[in-house]
Design a protein around this ligand. Sequence first.
Ligand SMILES: Cc1cc2nc3c(=O)[nH]c(=O)nc-3n(C[C@H](O)[C@H](O)[C@H](O)COP(=O)(O)OP(=O)(O)OC[C@H]3O[C@@H](n4cnc5c(N)ncnc54)[C@H](O)[C@@H]3O)c2cc1C
Length: 208
Amino acid sequence: MDRLGADAPRPTACAWMGRGKHCVTYRLRRGELANFVGVVERDDWTTESWAQRGTRAEALADFAGWHPTIQRLLSEADELYRWALFDRAPLATWVEGRVALMGDAAHPMLPFLAQGAAMAVEDAWTLASCLSQDQPVHQALKAYEKQRFARTAGVQAGSRANAKTFHKRTRLGQLVTYGPMYLAGKIAPHALYARQDALYAHDVTALH
Ligand SMILES: Cc1cc2nc3c(=O)[nH]c(=O)nc-3n(C[C@H](O)[C@H](O)[C@H](O)COP(=O)(O)OP(=O)(O)OC[C@H]3O[C@@H](n4cnc5c(N)ncnc54)[C@H](O)[C@@H]3O)c2cc1C
């Protein structure tokens, strides 16, 4: 953040949207670090890795002509990684015998609602709670799956839908989508926030 000066990203998480691509900026570690996540649609790349390095030139080319904050973040970034994002449909089941899947293994999702890790934490609490009740393990695992399946499938679907919202390719599409969002943000911001309640007001600990 020290190096970014007037080009530092806002303190709130900020989604920047464009044709077939978007990016998200936010601050980390009490505001000491700025993070940038850029998402570009392409179908010619299938490497599954969380440790593959990207190049600055490639990142700058992907976001050429974007806001100075974006250009500066990419120019100053210490490390650049690149991930391929893969979307998968919900699985038929997460449980077999005494084995259960949780987190991304159970419900991988595009990161466009920023909820993958949040879902994994919710899974963990629910799983622990089900296993601590007096019932056979397989039954406890099935109870866990039952309590979590609809919620995570809904978030998977919402994340997928956001890919379309974020990547509008035509001026008309952008106007029709972002115009009402902008107005709602000005006129009735609380109505806009209330739409997020399905995500953020969900309390797994209250269900037991
Ligand atoms: C660009 C991006 C941005 C994201 N932003 C957000 C966000 O803002 N908020 C949010 O909530 N989520 C976000 N997520 C999603 C989040 O990172 C994942 O949902 C979360 O990390 C899933 O946790 P997990 O423990 O299920 O799986 P992982 O984090 O994938 O952990 C699995 C671990 O198992 C290890 N492993 C694999 N195979 C083996 C093996 N055979 N033996 C031993 N170990 C093994 C792996 O190395 C890994 O460490 C984002 C994801 C991406 C890609």
